[in-house]
Design a binder for this molecule. Structure first.
Ligand SMILES: N[C@@H](CCC(=O)N[C@@H](CS)C(=O)NCC(=O)O)C(=O)O
Length: 216
C-alpha cells in the first residue's frame, strides 16, 4: 500500500485516521509537497488528474482518489471497526455530516482556490483569510446545529467513531489553521477535543507528520 501525502493536507489527515483505526500501515508514504506545487507536476498528475492528495495505491491497479471514496474502500476491505452505522438512516446522517466537511466546506479553502484568489483575483492576505474563515464558520454552524440532534452521543453519531468523526477532526484542524473562533460551537468542540485524545486521531494529526513545523 502506498499513500500520497503531505503534512498539511486535511483530506490526507482523514485517510490517515481511517488507516490508523483499521490498524493499517502503508508500506510507503510518498510526499507531495503542496507548498512547492508538486501536485501539479506531470508525475503526480498521472496518479491523480485532479492534482490533489490523498491518493492510495493498494496492490495492483490505478490509485484510488478522493478521501471519502478511499475511506469507504478501506471500510469495505477491512470491515473492523466499522466506520458507518448499520441502519440506512444512520448511514445517511453520517455520510451527510462527512460531506458537509469534505464536499461543501473544505474544497473552498484548498491551495488551488487560495492561489486563484491571490494570483488571479489579486486579493490581499487579510481578504483571503476572511474568505477561509467565512466558509469554515458556515460549515461549523451547520454541523453544530446537526450535532444538537439526539442521535449525537459521545461522538458525532452515537458512542462509536464513524466517518463523520474523521471528517469532524479534519474540520477542527482546518479551523485552527485559519484561526476560526470555535467558542460558538460547543458540541463540535466537545467532540473534537474528545477525538484528539484518541491515538488513531492524535498520530494522524497534520502537525505530527514529517515536515510539519515543530514535528519531531
Ligand atoms: N475532495 C478531495 C479534496 C482533495 C484536496 O483538495 N486535497 C488538497 C489538500 S487537503 C490538495 O491536494 N490540494 C491541492 C491544490 O489545491 O492545489 C478529497 O476529499 O480527497
Amino acid at each position: 500500500m502506498k499513500l500520497f501525502s503531505f503534512w498539511r493536507s486535511l483530506a490526507t489527515y482523514r485517510v490517515r485516521i481511517a488507516l490508523n483505526l483499521k490498524g493499517l500501515v502503508p508500506d510507503e508514504i510518498i510526499q507531495v509537497n503542496l507548498l512547492k506545487g508538486e501536485q501539479r507536476e506531470a508525475a503526480y498528475r498521472a496518479v491523480n488528474p485532479m492534482m490533489a492528495i490523498p491518493a492510495l495505491v493498494d496492490g495492483g491497479g490505478p490509485a484510488l482518489f478522493e478521501s471519502l471514496a478511499i475511506i469507504e474502500y478501506l471500510d469495505e476491505t477491512h470491515p473492523n471497526p466499522p466506520l458507518l452505522p448499520r441502519d440506512p438512516r444512520g448511514r445517511a446522517r453520517v455520510r451527510g455530516l462527512a460531506q458537509i466537511v469534505a464536499c461543501d466546506s473544505h474544497p473552498l479553502i484548498v491551495p488551488r482556490v487560495r492561489e486563484y484568489l491571490e494570483y488571479e483575483l489579486k486579493l490581499d492576505e487579510a481578504t483571503r483569510t476572511k474568505w477561509c474563515q467565512h466558509w469554515h464558520t458556515a460549515a461549523l454552524t451547520a454541523l453544530e446545529t446537526h450535532l444538537k440532534d439526539s442521535t449525537t452521543g459521545r461522538y458525532s453519531h452515537g458512542d462509536t467513531i464513524t466517518l463523520a468523526d474523521i471528517c469532524l477532526a479534519s474540520q477542527a484542524a482546518g479551523a485552527k489553521f485559519f484561526n476560526v473562533d470555535m467558542t460558538q460551537f460547543p458540541n463540535f468542540s466537545r467532540i473534537a477535543s474528545s477525538l484528539a485524545t484518541i491515538d488513531a486521531f492524535a498520530r494522524a494529526h497534520p502537525l505530527k507528520q514529517p515536515g510539519a513545523p515543530g514535528a519531531t
